[in-house]
Design a binder for this molecule. Structure first.
Ligand code: G6P
Length: 612
């Protein structure tokens, strides 16, 4: 949450920062701002709303500067407004700072500063930290870097901060704990950002800054230190990402582009790993740790949001194929309770961004208790990927749309391969079943293509139901997590209230909601539960609910019961969730756009949730 960008070098800083902020807008879009440093003058501009609103207010201003920082905000402390927007200026006006994270003990520090006579112009924890740093700098007569180090030893919480100082014309000082920071290394210039997307255009050489590290960044110099003031050699990595991957490529929205990318992202995810002809799955993270994984007493899956839904699907699949007990937990719950984690437990962490604060902290806690952490992560080099003992990337490429789509199907594909691999080693899956599932997995990209060819049919359905005020999504077995995901997608990007439920449970409550105005989406593909779900459809029809069903091609029973339906190619029930979710992604996309929602940036949401 919150995107940060910094630049120091020979280019004009403002255009670099502005473009960077647009790329990072998925992280928050309540307000944005920039601070530019030129000839010992610090100018701060900020505006409530999206980056485009800031851009408009900047027209006609003299923005000549070669050093600057910029921020796009997802509000935590203080409502979205001009005065709460970042950058914040210190009391003397000599420092400007941007921050991604939360300073948990800000109230205590604020009181100390209030007692000293400080006043505040915003409601943010960031302004408190900034004045705290300046106060230390003044009292100790120290450099900004020293003051920052002292201040950070006193604060608790999460931060990635960038600071610039009037008297320090070409330097940006940065620090991180819990919120991401990447530094791009150019020729006589440096770029700083929350992720690589603002940097990729200029350089592929980057340094991922670690927790408790400070960076002193000048055009020609990058110094990394720990909080003990010891120098650390920056570890330079090469970005494996192309600019095209973070652009819309002719689509109206990133979300639509990402939905349509799924045949190729799943192909990339399987490529070099799965060989159905040979009957092999090769994933180094699994192969090197197979004993640990197959002998796990228990597997716990920790995740949030859509990734949690992938975890729930994995529970069903792993228990079925591997016969290992699996528990799926919201990371945000796990971290605050007193969970039982033993040596020999395997934790699977699932995360698109690899930066979700709740998941990250939950993993640290599990690791302390001796658990083995396996990360299923999309963002290469992210914090969760780095703290995992082993893992497998989903290889879905950068996901920009706030509502997760291609990362979710990538997670399902990786988890399926993982389950098959463990099951094969454990001997808990028959030879025939193993081979047929491998073949089915290999066919997924082609089947997704077939679904996408009929996307316009979902647009028609969306038009018909866009006026509904509530939706119910029902599924059984392997498709129950998909019902949850379908409901979440619709809520996120159309603002229509939606509930996902196990189809059999609906008679214990949600059925009371059913009337002629309620669309009920059934995920009713041909599987072991099919007859049961058909009975549930009958129950809804008897109460005049409107049935929209996702069915297997050729299933006439379901079509007769449905007001509208969308057919997908036949698939094994374990594989079906990767397919059934696609029409639900499209349905929510078309409902959202029909309602005029900015589906890539739905209100109040952010993609990389680096606060609790
Ligand atoms: C946010 C996003 C969701 C995502 C969730 C977990 O809520 O809007 O799309 O599923 O965070 O994020 P992660 O990056 O850990 O998968």
């Amino acid at each position: 949450m919150c995107g940060i960008v910094g630049y120091t070098g020979t280019r004009q800083a403002y255009p670099v920062i502005l473009k960077g902020l647009k790329r990072l807008e998925y992280r928050g879009y309540d307000s944005s701002g920039v601070a530019l440093l030129k000839d010992g003058k610090l100018n701060v501009y900020k505006k409530k709303g999206k980056v485009a609103d800031l851009e408009e207010t900047m027209i006609g201003k003299v923005l000549d500067a070669h050093v600057g920082i910029g921020h796009t905000r997802w509000a935590t402390h203080g409502e979205p407004s001009d005065r709460n927007a970042h950058p914040h200026s210190s009391a003397s006006g000599k420092l400007a700072m941007i921050h991604n994270g939360i300073i948990e003990n800000y109230a205590l520090i604020k009181q100390e500063l209030l007692n000293k006579g400080y006043t505040f112009t915003s409601d943010t924890d960031t302004e408190v930290l900034l004045n705290f740093i300046e106060d230390i700098q003044k009292n100790n007569n120290s450099t900004l870097e020293e003051a920052l180090r002292i201040a950070l030893k006193r604060v608790s919480g999460a931060y990635c901060i960038l600071l610039i100082e009037q008297d320090n014309p070409d330097t940006i000082i940065a620090a991180r704990k819990g919120s991401p920071l990447v530094i791009g290394i150019g020729k006589g210039e440096h770029f700083l950002a929350s992720d690589a997307s603002p940097i990729i255009e200029y350089t592929k050489e980057v340094v991922y800054v670690n927790d408790y590290e400070l960076a002193i960044v000048k055009p020609d110099e990058l110094i990394l230190k720990n909080l003990g003031n010891e120098k650390i050699t920056p570890y330079i990595t090469k970005l494996d990402m192309e600019l095209a991957a973070i652009e819309k490529g002719g689509y109206d929205h990133f979300m639509l582009k990402e939905i349509f990318e799924q045949p190729s992202t799943i192909f990339d995810c399987l490529r070099g790993r799965l060989d159905a002809k040979e009957g092999t799955i090769r994933m180094s993270g699994i192969d090197h740790n197979i004993d640990q994984l197959m002998n796990a007493n228990r597997i716990m899956i920790l995740a949030c949001g859509t990734s949690w839904h992938a975890g729930l699907a994995a529970e069903y699949i792993i228990e079925e194929l591997c016969r290992i007990p699996v528990e799926v937990e919201y990371a945000s719950e796990f971290r605050y309770r007193n969970p039982i984690v033993n040596k020999g437990d395997v934790i699977i962490a699932i995360s698109q961004s690899g930066e979700t604060a709740d998941t990250l902290v939950a993993l640290e806690k599990a690791k302390e208790n001796g658990a083995f952490i396996f990360g299923v992560v999309n963002a290469v080099g992210s914090s969760i990927a780095r703290i995992s003992n082993a893992g497998a990337y989903t290889h879905a490429g950068p996901e920009i749309g706030v509502a997760s789509t291609k990362a979710f199907t990538g997670q399902l594909a990786v988890l399926m391969m993982m389950a098959l691999s463990i099951a094969k080693h454990k001997g808990t899956v028959s030879h025939e079943r193993y081979h047929s599932l491998l073949l089915e997995l290999e066919e997924v990209p082609e089947k997704i293509n077939a679904i996408l060819k009929n996307a316009s049919a979902l647009k028609v359905i969306a038009e018909k139901y866009k006026g509904a005020s509530d939706f119910l999504f029902l599924g059984r077995g392997y498709n129950f997590p998909i019902a949850l995901e379908g409901a979440l997608k619709l809520k996120e990007i159309s603002y229509i209230h939606a509930e996902g439920y196990p189809a059999a449970e609906m008679k214990h409550g949600p059925i009371a909601l059913v009337d002629e105005n309620l669309p009920v989406v059934f995920i009713a593909t041909k599987d072991a539960y099919h007859e049961k779900i058909v009975s549930n459809m009958q129950e809804i029809k008897a109460r005049k609910g409107k049935i929209i069903s996702i069915i297997t091609e050729g299933d006439t029973t379901s079509t007769e019961l449905s007001n509208d339906y969308f057919a997908i190619p036949p698939a094994d029930e374990l594989i079906a969730p990767i397919l059934t979710v696609i029409p639900l992604q499209l349905l929510s996309y078309y409902v959202g756009t029909a309602k005029g929602v900015d589906v890539d940036k739905p209100r109040n949401l952010a993609k990389s949730v680096t606060v609790e």
